[in-house]
Design a protein around this ligand. Structure first.
Ligand SMILES: *[C@@H]1O[C@H](CO)[C@@H](O)[C@H](O)[C@H]1NC(C)=O
Ligand SMILES: *[C@@H]1O[C@H](CO)[C@@H](O)[C@H](O)[C@H]1NC(C)=O
Ligand SMILES: *[C@@H]1O[C@H](CO)[C@@H](O)[C@H](O)[C@H]1NC(C)=O
Ligand SMILES: *[C@@H]1O[C@H](CO)[C@@H](O)[C@H](O)[C@H]1NC(C)=O
Ligand SMILES: *[C@@H]1O[C@H](CO)[C@@H](O)[C@H](O)[C@H]1NC(C)=O
Ligand SMILES: *[C@@H]1O[C@H](CO)[C@@H](O)[C@H](O)[C@H]1NC(C)=O
Ligand SMILES: *[C@@H]1O[C@H](CO)[C@@H](O)[C@H](O)[C@H]1NC(C)=O
Ligand SMILES: *[C@@H]1O[C@H](CO)[C@@H](O)[C@H](O)[C@H]1NC(C)=O
Ligand SMILES: *[C@@H]1O[C@H](CO)[C@@H](O)[C@H](O)[C@H]1NC(C)=O
Length: 892
């Protein structure tokens, strides 16, 4: 009796366990999942690798290293594997049907797109998935998977309908076994390094509805693939090496909704114009960018007049011609986003229908002209993003802009707009976060009161116009715009005092007010921004007593500041650029300068600074450009300059922070005097990062030139002219292998010119004029063949070509004389043309190298672009989030 009771109880228990298991989770699948977890834990980057990728990880956003992944996947029989995170089971059968193993280490995807942690690469064993007989959907994206360990067969995955291998490091050709997945409806292979032609068996996957091959190096002709896969709804062929195609291949694809083909260069030919062609599909999204679209006609496709479902159209960078296509908007009134920038559309930007569904229009970089239609605000009542820059628009901005109450971004820069900016714009467009009016002919006084009501304003640029008047000292709604990231009112005709509210304006952005007529003192007691440019104004008083830990770039040059350089002012550990040249500053350089250890550019020229050149300057080991010229410094040139300063090259990335919005990038420009003229194109700014130089000219320096200066091997320009230097020219100067400009003129140097100097192959400007040199001039070889007698003028004892005096003849000469004429021009300005010419040659060589590498390796190129983007993104995380939501909202 007791025995049978135990027996019954046992049976009951078994049934219970069985029921329990069936309801949730099959043991086989539970074990399979645990094995998968184990595999991921095993592949977690070890400390060496973590260290090597650390630089890619923004602070505060740490991935789940250290085995903390998939915390709910525990080896405990009570645990229901169907309830584990990232697992979905069929509620009737209890089998696992969906596995979503995307980004298992939980990197902040946003920062690393596309995924490029080659150091982390690991290989996946397909047999791990053998236990899952009913798996329908498998997502392994964003995990640094480099390939399969064994992939003889994907037999176990036969039921798979959705497979996502995107954003990994797969390379080589596409494994044929994928073709066994006959039920596949979605295949995402985007952003890997797959290469070669697509296996023809892929054509048999006729259920395929979504195919994403974006960002690989697939090549060959894909026409037959397209013809066979007639169920396709979504196809992305962007960034591969495919041959061009004719869009008529899609004639039978009645289900096609989205076609994406972004090219790297304008070589891939895509022909979409087919006169008697009425497509069966109704596209919702069409993206063809930077390709050779309709090579013959360069016309916009007429079939677009029947795509009434079209929501997103991106035909940017395609060289399309013809008048602005108003018909496109008339026929496709549901268009949400139309990106037509970087084409050659001409004529007026005129829309004839009210487009209440249109959120994004980008027609920048075309050849549109004329005035904007007066009712533009009524035509685009719901527009969020309107990009009109770089056309030839004229006239004033219609006041109907004020009706665009949802407008987030308005950029009308680089046009010929004029007149006053309508107040309605500031009052009505209360959602504005980016407003760019730069480089036009706007004038009048701005009304700052409604501007300060724009609570979302983030970038406000009105530079290079003719705005006049003062900025009010008090702003009633100041607190609303306190987080402005860029305020750029530079290059206008504004006057009055600097308002105190700018001091509290931005947490980490920049304020640019240079090239105006602002006067008075700097009102700020502290700073919160990264960049402040008040140069070229009429400011006076003493320099502020700041000690900011944020300030990176400070430009106060060409004002009337007086007094000494305050000590705390140099106690700014983040400072990269300090330009206070051409003021009336006096006193010596404070020893605190050594604390500004990140300084790259120190420009103090054109003041009345005196004293010895402090050896503290030698502690600025990262300096690339130092100008102490046109002051009253005396004493000798510190030897330590040669020991510690490298005058090397540094990253452009270090300088310009920017913020990307749509196809436009708004840089927080770092503007250095000598590139001012060149800064209209942004790449010119990069030249700055290759410029390095030391200018000590026009002082009262004495003693010999230290031999150690020959160790400044990265230097491009060295100017010691107009001093009282004695002794001979160091032979070690032949080690200045990068030097392009060397000026030692107007000193008291004696002895011979070292003949080794002819080894300086980049030298473009050379002067030893007005010294006491003797002997032979260097042979007229290499660069020295290009210097004429003016390089040697005023040295009566020199002989040899290009001088007229022959070295064999001895004759009396007048005693060396000293000219007191002092050039007013800056050393770097004098050499600028020359510098840029020779720079350009070097630069082109460098670019050819880089481009060759990038050309060969598409993946690098794409990632390179993306890296730059990523960096910009990471700088401005907070706004990006908003925009991300915004764009998600737009495109969904
Ligand atoms: C980390 O992993 C890499 C590659 O798997 C290996 O070469 C290296 O020796 C490992 N380092 C340590 C400390 O385990
Ligand atoms: C669960 O499986 C049953 C039997 O295979 C099937 O009929 C049902 O559609 C599946 N349910 C879901 C949600 O997939
Ligand atoms: C495609 O399928 C057909 C029949 O279904 C078969 O004859 C053909 O060999 C397959 N092609 C490839 C490349 O697998
Ligand atoms: C669209 O454009 C064509 C000409 O391209 C025109 O004939 C047609 O009437 C327009 N309207 C609609 C609703 O298709
Ligand atoms: C746009 O206007 C049409 C009629 O003019 C209206 O039916 C439609 O609802 C409006 N759509 C939106 C998004 O406001
Ligand atoms: C600023 O905004 C407030 C509330 O949003 C509004 O009452 C006020 O009229 C606005 N002021 C200006 C000058 O636009
Ligand atoms: C600016 O900040 C300072 C101190 O942080 C504060 O005393 C002052 O009131 C602020 N000014 C404005 C206009 O907010
Ligand atoms: C020089 O710059 C590098 C970055 O390029 C930085 O890591 C280093 O700390 C800097 N040196 C000093 C002395 O600040
Ligand atoms: C330069 O130094 C010399 C000698 O030290 C001195 O006589 C002369 O006045 C100085 N010149 C200037 C402009 O300071």
């Amino acid at each position: 009796m007791g025995r049978s009771l135990v027996k019954w109880l046992l049976w009951g228990l078994i049934v219970l366990v069985h029921l329990h298991g069936h309801r949730g989770c099959f043991e086989e699948e539970r074990m399979g999942l645990l094995e998968i977890k184990e595999e991921f834990v095993r592949s977690t980057p070890n400390e060496t690798i973590q260290e090597s990728i650390k630089y890619l990880i923004p602070s505060g956003v740490y991935p789940l290293f250290g085995g903390h992944i998939l915390p709910s996947w525990v080896d405990d029989h009570k645990s229901e594997c169907c309830e584990w995170e990232r697992v979905t089971c069929n509620s009737t059968t209890g089998h696992v049907t969906h596995l979503s193993l995307h980004n298992i280490w939980e990197f902040d995807v946003y920062f690393y797109y596309p995924f490029d942690f080659e150091d982390m690469v690991w290989f996946l064993n397909v047999s791990l998935f053998e236990s899952f007989k009913e798996l329908r959907s498998l997502d392994l994206s964003f995990n640094a998977i480099g390939g399969w360990i064994e992939h003889k067969d994907f037999a176990s995955l036969r039921s798979l309908e959705v497979l996502n291998l995107g954003d990994n490091n797969f390379n080589g050709s596409l494994p044929k076994c994928l073709c066994g997945l006959k039920k596949l409806e979605e295949l995402d292979l985007g952003w890997n390094s797959f290469e070669g032609t697509l296996p023809s068996c892929l054509y048999n996957l006729t259920s395929l509805q979504q195919l994403d091959l974006n960002g690989n190096q697939f090549r060959g002709n894909i026409s037959s693939l397209i013809v066979d896969l007639t169920s396709l709804k979504y196809i992305d062929l962007s960034y591969n090496l495919f041959e061009g195609l004719s869009f008529s291949l899609f004639a039978n694809h009645s289900k096609l909704e989205s076609f994406q083909f972004r090219c790297d260069n304008k070589k891939v030919e895509i022909e979409m114009e087919n006169s008697d062609w009425v497509p069966l599909f109704k596209l919702e999204s069409l993206v063809i960018s930077n390709c050779s679209l309709n090579k013959q006609s360069h016309q916009l496709m007429t079939f677009l007049s029947h795509q009434h479902s079209l929501r997103k159209l991106d035909l940017s960078h395609n060289g399309l011609k013809g008048p602005f296509p108003d018909w496109l908007f008339r026929n496709n009134t549901r268009i949400k986003s139309a990106t037509l920038n970087h084409n050659s559309f001409t004529g007026h930007f005129h829309l004839s229908l009210c487009l209440n569904s249109t959120y994004v229009i980008d027609v920048s970089n075309n050849q549109l002209n004329g005035k904007l239609q007066q009712n533009i605000g009524e035509i685009l009542p719901n527009i969020r993003y309107l990009q009109l820059s770089d056309n030839s628009f004229t006239g004033s901005l219609p006041s109907s802009f004020g009706n665009m109450s949802l407008l987030d971004t308005l950029d009308v820069s680089l046009n010929n707009f004029s007149g006053e900016v309508p107040k309605d714009l500031f009052v009505g467009c209360s959602m504005l976060s980016i407003l760019v009016l730069s480089n036009n002919y706007f004038d009048g006084h701005l009304d700052w009161v409604p501007i300060s009501n724009l609570t979302r304003l983030y970038i406000f640029k009105i530079n290079h116009n003719q705005f006049s008047g003062a900025m009010p000292n008090e702003l009633p709604n100041f607190v609303n715009i306190a987080r402005l990231f860029i305020l750029d009112v530079s290059n206008n005709k504004m006057s009055g005092r600097i308002p105190t509210w700018i001091c509290n304006l931005t947490d980490f952005g920049g304020i640019l007010m240079q090239n105006n007529n602002f006067e008075g003192q700097i009102p700020c007691e502290t700073t919160t921004f990264e960049l402040l440019d008040l140069s070229h104004n009429l400011l006076d008083g003493s320099l502020p007593l700041w000690s900011s830990t944020r300030l990176k770039h400070l430009h106060l040059e060409e004002n009337n500041f007086s007094g000494s350089i305050p000590e705390p002012f140099l106690n700014m550990s983040e400072l990269r650029t300090l330009d206070i040249s051409d003021n009336k500053l006096s006193g010596s350089i404070p020893s605190a300068i050594s604390k500004a250890s990140n300084l790259r550019i120190l420009l103090l020229g054109g003041n009345q600074l005196s004293g010895n050149i402090s050896t503290q300057l030698c502690q600025l080991t990262n300096i690339t450009l130092m100008d102490l010229s046109r002051n009253l410094f005396f004493g000798t040139i510190p030897r330590c300059f040669g020991h510690t300063l490298s005058f090397g090259i540094f990253d452009a990335q270090y300088w310009a922070s920017g913020f990307r919005s749509g196809d436009s990038v708004y840089y927080l420009d770092v503007e250095i005097n000598f590139v001012t003229k060149y800064r209209l194109s942004s790449y010119k700014d990069d030249i700055l990062t290759y410029m390095s130089g030391l200018d000590l000219s026009c002082n009262n320096l004495t003693g010999e030139i230290p031999l150690e200066l020959g160790q400044l091997q990265g230097i491009h320009a060295l100017n010691l002219s107009h001093n009282q230097l004695t002794g001979s020219i160091p032979k070690s100067f032949s080690d200045l292998t990068k030097v392009e400009s060397l000026d030692l003129s107007h000193n008291r140097l004696s002895g011979e010119i070292p003949p080794q100097l002819i080894e300086l192959t980049f030298l473009e400007v050379f002067s030893v004029a007005y010294n006491n040199l003797s002997g032979r001039t260097p042979d007229m070889k290499a660069q020295f063949g290009t210097f004429d007698a003016s390089s040697y003028d005023g040295n009566p004892f020199l002989c040899g070509l290009p001088l007229e005096k022959n070295c064999t003849r001895r004759d009396d000469s007048p005693t060396p004389m000293h000219s007191s004429e002092v050039s007013d021009e800056k050393w770097y300005k004098v050499d600028q043309t020359v510098f840029f010419t020779s720079f350009l040659v070097t630069y082109i060589m460098f670019c050819v190298g880089v481009i060759t590498v990038l050309y060969i390796n598409t993946q690098w190129r794409l990632r390179c672009y993306n890296l730059v983007e990523d960096c910009m993104y990471s700088c401005y995380f907070s706004i990006s989030i908003t925009l991300r939501k915004f764009s998600a909202y737009l495109y969904n």
